[in-house]
Design a protein. Structure first.
Length: 270
């Protein structure tokens, strides 16, 4: 215990732990949206948009993570507008966005002299490079996500479970979906900064999948997803510290183990 306290006295380590735990508690809420609206393709597409953002930023002399963080939320809004607020249309458009993003990234690699390793570094992430300003951004984003679910709980619940009925009840379905898309884009951008594109699912998707095996409603799904997210990120962080492992990969490993355990003990088999 004394060793852990000593390690956490190092500012960069302490910031990394706080960022990971806060992200696990809040960004994981977005996974419930991804699973409920079948947006798995969209979240995969946004990771590729991050690659294009990284390439464009480096070509302009900026940082790769800044480019990815800027372009992913913009793409999520455009995707929502392109799909006219319908999740099926947005999912269909995801293939177009993903292919175009990859094409644009590789064109920049070839024509602008952008170093490939610098661009693909966005897939790895580096939580230990988290600055105090980055930590504040993650906390603010997490607070916004929680506030959105609290303030618009009824509207989000209706849209997730029956969009047509929600429309009939006067819920602005398109606005709600666009708002959720924006939050999802910002959440994925933040996760890219923390653990990299290849491990975004460890923070956003896997906790929600495990939670939905037990949840009986949106409220319990959100609470369980947050709990699984905290367990995965904090457990992964401690595993990495004690055994000198990559933090992002350790968080993904713990999240995967937790999901496997939920599959074994869950009353639901689907």
């Amino acid at each position: 215990m004394s060793e852990l306290i000593e390690i956490l006295s190092i500012p960069v380590i302490r910031n990394a732990l706080i960022g990971m735990v806060f992200a696990g508690a809040t960004l994981s809420l977005l996974g419930v949206v991804v699973v409920s609206l079948h947006l798995q393709v969209m979240r995969f597409m946004l990771m590729h948009v991050g690659l294009l953002g990284a390439a464009a930023a480096i070509a302009l002399g900026a940082s790769a993570s800044a480019g990815a963080f800027a372009l992913v939320p913009v793409a999520s809004i455009l995707l929502g507008l392109f799909g006219k607020g319908r999740t099926t249309s947005a999912s269909a458009a995801g293939g177009l966005f993903m292919t175009g993003s990859l094409a644009g990234a590789f064109i920049l690699l070839a024509r602008a002299g952008v170093p490939a390793m610098d661009v693909f570094a966005v897939f790895a992430g580096n939580i230990l490079m988290l600055r105090s300003a980055d930590l504040v951004s993650v906390i603010v984003l997490g607070a916004i996500i929680v506030a959105a679910f609290v303030l618009f709980y009824r509207e989000i619940q209706l849209v997730l479970y029956d969009a047509e009925r929600a429309q009939a009840l006067g819920v602005p379905v398109r606005a709600v979906i666009l708002g959720l898309f924006l939050l999802l884009g910002a959440g994925i951008a933040a996760a890219l900064r923390l653990v990299g594109a290849l491990l975004v699912d460890a923070i956003i998707l896997l906790p929600a999948v495990g939670a939905l095996r037990f949840a009986r409603g949106l409220g319990s799904a959100l609470l369980l997803s947050s709990a699984f997210g905290v367990a995965g990120t904090s457990g992964g962080f401690l595993l990495a510290v004690y055994f000198d492992l990559p933090i992002g990969a350790s968080a993904a490993a713990v999240a995967s183990v937790l999901l496997g355990l939920t599959a074994l003990i869950s009353p639901r088999t689907g």
